[in-house]
Design a protein around this ligand. Structure first.
Ligand code: ADP
Ligand code: AMP
Length: 216
């Protein structure tokens, strides 16, 4: 099962990714999480990525494509994987297809979680994340069971630096210009499935499962 999650920032990709990865036993690969880990470890990649992420811009394709190709070459991706936040440009999508072609493989489903712009600001400014595992919470819609502690790994819950109103607006513009063209890209390949992401988290997950089926 090889899946891509598409949708604007704040659509609920990371939230659904955790649930899908658990149910279908496939690794959840989030480029945002990979960059954030590199930032906290102050690696050369992290230092470069931070300057773009803080402004709400995309990290350049040259840096992003290589880290995904390396990650997909790991043994745990042989059975399948779930990409969250990648691809974000047509160039990244083409590079992914090239990588998979070379392994005689392809994407099974590109799931687009659709959420109108008016929902997004509240979702993103209220988002809190686990510093250790990246799990996503919301102060109103999905608070952790114990305040300040991740339900999954007990890590500390923090607010992302790029979840301010100003940066969210920039990220939405970047999404419209650079990432939204991927909707047509995957439509052309007949792999696009559109999911209404405005309902409650478990209802959205149910719609995802209806598309993916019960197979592992
Ligand atoms: P993305 O990974 O697409 O940027 P997240 O999964 O981090 O988005 O979700 C953004 C915010 O919205 C988080 O605070 C999350 O808890 C909340 N959220 C996710 N899905 C829903 C939903 N269906 N209804 C309400 N809030 C949601
Ligand atoms: P996310 O965690 O998916 O919301 O991503 C946070 C930030 O990481 C984005 O705003 C970008 O700056 C950067 N980023 C994540 N994935 C990509 C990608 N595929 N291409 C370029 N930049 C990315």
């Amino acid at each position: 099962m090889k899946i891509i999650l598409l949708g604007p920032p704040g659509a609920g990709k990371g939230t659904q990714a955790k649930l899908i990865s658990q149910k279908y036993s496939i690794p959840h690969i989030s480029t945002g999480d990979i960059f954030r880990k590199n930032i906290s470890e102050q690696t050369p990649l992290g230092i470069k990525a931070k300057s773009y992420m803080d402004k709400g811009q995309l990290v350049p394709d040259e840096l992003t494509i290589d880290i995904v190709n390396d990650r997909l070459a790991n043994d745990d991706c042989k059975k399948g994987f779930l990409l969250d936040g990648f691809p974000r440009t047509v160039k990244q999508a083409e590079a992914l297809d090239k990588f998979l072609d070379s392994k005689d493989s392809k994407i099974d489903n590109a799931l687009l979680i659709e959420v109108p712009r008016e929902f997004i600001l509240e979702r993103m400014t209220g988002r809190r994340v686990c510093k250790d595992c990246g799990a996503s919470y919301h102060i109103k819609f999905n608070p952790p069971k114990i305040e300040g502690k991740c339900d999954l790994c007990c890590g500390k819950i923090i607010q992302r630096k790029d979840d301010t109103e100003e940066t969210v607006k920039e990220r939405l513009d970047v999404y419209s210009k650079q990432t939204a063209p991927l909707i047509q890209y995957y439509k052309n390949k007949d792999s696009l499935c559109v999911i209404d992401g405005t309902s409650e988290i478990n209802e959205v997950f149910q719609k995802v499962c209806n598309i993916l089926g019960s197979d592992k």
